[in-house]
Ligand binder design. Structure first.
Ligand SMILES: Cc1cc2nc3c(=O)[nH]c(=O)nc-3n(C[C@H](O)[C@H](O)[C@H](O)COP(=O)(O)OP(=O)(O)OC[C@H]3O[C@@H](n4cnc5c(N)ncnc54)[C@H](O)[C@@H]3O)c2cc1C
Length: 479
């Protein structure tokens, strides 16, 4: 029996779980996949937005600004990777400059600090590799970049350390209210909870309909990306947007938290919520659009493509509310800026739960801090691929990942059993060779540490067979 059952271990569900772990409560998180952060919290731009893009007075605007302000402190506690870089929205035509002014004024109304409209020359002084066609830009000092999946992993590890129960490979299939409680039926058995939080991303409409709330429909809006080698990151320091369109914030060019150049995402409404494939034609259009902002990147340095699906609801704003079924809280349509807003969303949900009658008594044992998995390598780091010392034994050459880091990632209270799970935690396989060198070495380490046969180590857990179609690298490298 639980006080709170959270459905979905994305950035929203895990922020809520970690926040609730401050209190004397029995909390569980149910996740259908084999790891946390398998939904759109894994595949997004990783931008901590300033908060000027959303309409004043909306929940999106309020919680984006509030969430942005929490990142620095959260990163200090949880060490997941966050850097304030600033962002620019570029205008290429006179009519775009008026749009910048509109965003600027909206930002001021939303309480965003550090905003200014600058000329094309000023923008190029700050970012010398911007196109000569840039006429003006909206500069936002407070925007930044984060490692989105490491954020979720850090929240999950910390929540589990503070007593939250995380059940992976557990798909919710039905919810039955009874006498002020809920029976939650899952692919791994039943459990009972006093309150339920629906944080199921693109599937949150399906979860709501399990208790008879059929007002919501989520359409997945796919965004494809291209990731380039770290040697291209000299091109931009801040996040470079173009003026937004009907479909969203448009194509951006950014350096990721770990230093790769990244371009994307497009926006396409699709039918299949699980389809995170990429295709050559879309990548070609993304490359053309990104070159409008930053012409100089070298497509021969492209490493891989990926995609994520935004949960677009039939309401424009975030839905974060106590539903008509007492004790059942809905979070629906948490699309961008949901990553930025997630820490503030969690605080709002805790308030809603308290108003619904949940008693919040603080735990003196709450431990706010979590150590990083990836260790900064000092100048005298003596890593070798044949070192007998795990601290110096390099498993992944491209990203300099050591045996000690991989072993550490396996023993943090969350089952880590696939190559992808290790990759998200340590970056083994994320470099130039995309795992060609380290894949088999990580597999051997996993088999040894988990004491299982080599062939039982999968790429991404139980659903290994469901591989997304990816655009062929050879086809876009010559663009
Ligand atoms: C292309 C793209 C770019 C974006 N860029 C940004 C950005 O730069 N900055 C920003 O602030 N935001 C951005 N966002 C938005 C942000 O990624 C989302 O708002 C955020 O990740 C939503 O998190 P979530 O936890 O609600 O959803 P998810 O991460 O999707 O988590 C939901 C979880 O619920 C689980 N689940 C679903 N159904 C069930 C079930 N029946 N039983 C058990 N578990 C279930 C899923 O497996 C999943 O793990 C972007 C989104 C996309 C797609």
């Amino acid at each position: 029996m639980y006080d709170v059952c959270i459905i979905g271990a994305g950035v929203v569900g895990m922020n809520i779980a970690r926040e609730l772990s401050r209190y004397k409560l029995r909390v569980c998180v149910l996740e259908k996949e084999a790891d946390v952060s398998c939904g759109c919290s894994k595949a997004n731009s990783g931008i901590v937005h300033g908060g000027y893009s959303d309409e004043s007075g909306s929940l999106k605007a309020e919680l984006c600004v509030a969430g942005n302000r929490l990142y620095q402190q959260l990163d200090a506690e949880l060490c997941f990777g966050y850097r304030q870089t600033g962002s620019m929205v570029l205008a290429f035509r006179e009519e775009d400059v008026a749009k910048l002014e509109k965003l600027y004024n909206q930002g001021l109304r939303n309480g965003v600090q550090g905003l200014s409209v600058i000329s094309g020359e000023q923008a190029r002084e700050m970012e010398p590799h911007l196109s000569r066609e840039v006429k003006a830009a909206l500069y936002c000092e407070n925007a930044g970049v984060t490692s989105p999946y490491e954020f979720v992993i850090a929240l999950a590890e910390n929540a589990v350390e503070n007593g939250v129960e995380l059940r992976l490979n557990t798909e919710v299939t039905a919810i039955q209210p009874f006498d002020g409680w809920f029976t939650i039926v899952t692919s791994a058995g039943e459990l009972v909870a006093r309150t339920v939080v629906n944080a199921a991303g693109v599937y949150s409409d399906a979860i709501a309909s399990m208790i008879g709330i059929d007002d919501f429909r989520i359409t997945p809006r796919r965004g494809q990306y291209l990731l380039l080698d770290k040697d291209q990151n000299y091109l931009v320091k801040s996040v470079i947007f173009q003026v937004p369109t009907e479909l969203g914030k448009g194509i951006l060019v950014t350096t990721t938290y770990h230093g790769n150049l990244m371009i994307g995402p497009n926006a396409e409404d699709i039918g299949d919520k699980a389809d995170v494939g990429t295709d050559e034609e879309t990548i070609r259009r993304i490359v053309l659009a990104a070159r409008k902002s930053v012409p100089g990147f070298d497509m021969k340095k492209a490493l891989t493509s990926f995609a994520g699906n935004r949960p677009i609801a039939n309401r424009t704003d975030f839905v974060i509310e106590a539903s008509k079924v007492k004790g059942f809280i809905n979070l629906i349509g948490i699309d961008s800026p949901g990553l930025t807003a997630s820490p503030a969303i969690a605080l709002k949900v805790v308030d809603i739960l308290e108003m619904a009658g949940l008693e919040l008594v603080k735990k003196s044992s709450f431990q706010p801090c979590r150590q990083p998995i990836i260790r900064k390598k000092s100048a005298d780091f003596n890593g070798r691929i044949d070192s007998p010392d795990p601290e110096n034994h390099i498993i992944c050459r491209c990203e300099q990942v050591t045996e000690a880091e991989i072993i550490d990632s396996l023993h943090r209270g969350i089952p880590v059993q696939s190559l992808d799970a290790v990759k998200l935690r340590t970056r083994a396989g994320m470099g130039k060779c995309q795992g060609a060198f380290c894949g088999s070495r990580v597999r051997q380490l996993l088999a040894r540490e988990l004491n299982i046969p080599l062939e039982e180590v999968t790429q991404r857990g139980k659903r290994s067979s469901v591989l997304a179609q990816r655009a062929k690298r050879g086809d876009y490298m010559n663009l």
